[in-house]
Design a protein around this ligand. Structure first.
Ligand SMILES: Cc1cc2nc3c(=O)[nH]c(=O)nc-3n(C[C@H](O)[C@H](O)[C@H](O)COP(=O)(O)O)c2cc1C
Length: 152
């Protein structure tokens, strides 16, 4: 399988986690790319790749800075994402209560609305927990890979 890890971040956590996910994937797979959502063309999604998206939450349940231009460009072009498969890992902090982890959901809703299919469990990391974000993501990864490899 070919992988692209995309991140939306404001203070770097999602980028760090994405690099760690990519490093783990590269142990088994040759073609693993990592990119910031702000450098990602919404028309570039490829059904031959599997996407892992790591996105934090800022403001009041809003997208982080690096994901905002992507969302804007996405809404302008509304790409056809049929056949595109992805997994989502949201970062947030339960301190913010009802807006917890909602940043990634803005991306999730957009991808689903254009026909992409989310695979496996929706991963989350709570900055108020005692868990390190990369540890939580690396624990989530094998379950997602299993779901991605399962016959449809
Ligand atoms: C100013 C600010 C606002 C935040 N707002 C929210 C929020 O509304 N909901 C939430 O779940 N987390 C919120 N967070 C927590 C971040 O999502 C969390 O710390 C995350 O790990 C940051 O990841 P990043 O460094 O990739 O941006 C906020 C953090 C900051 C600094």
């Amino acid at each position: 399988m070919k992988f692209t890890v995309l991140y939306g971040t404001e203070s770097g956590n999602a980028e760090l986690i994405s690099e760690d996910l990519a490093e783990a994937l590269r142990e088994q797979h040759d073609d693993v790319e990592v990119a910031d959502l702000q450098d990602t063309d919404p028309m570039s999604f490829d059904p031959d790749r599997f996407y892992l998206i790591v996105c934090s939450t800022h403001g009041e349940g809003d997208l982080p800075l690096s994901a905002a231009p992507f969302a804007e460009a996405f809404d302008a072009v509304q790409p056809d994402l049929s056949g595109v498969r992805y997994a989502m890992f949201g970062l947030g902090d339960t301190f913010y209560e009802e807006t917890y982890s909602q940043g990634s959901e803005h991306i999730d809703r957009r991808l689903a609305a254009q026909g992409a299919e989310r695979i496996g469990e929706y991963g989350r990391h709570d900055a108020s927990s005692w868990t390190i974000g990369s540890d939580a993501a690396l624990e989530w990864l094998p379950r997602v890979l299993e779901a991605a490899a399962a016959p449809v």
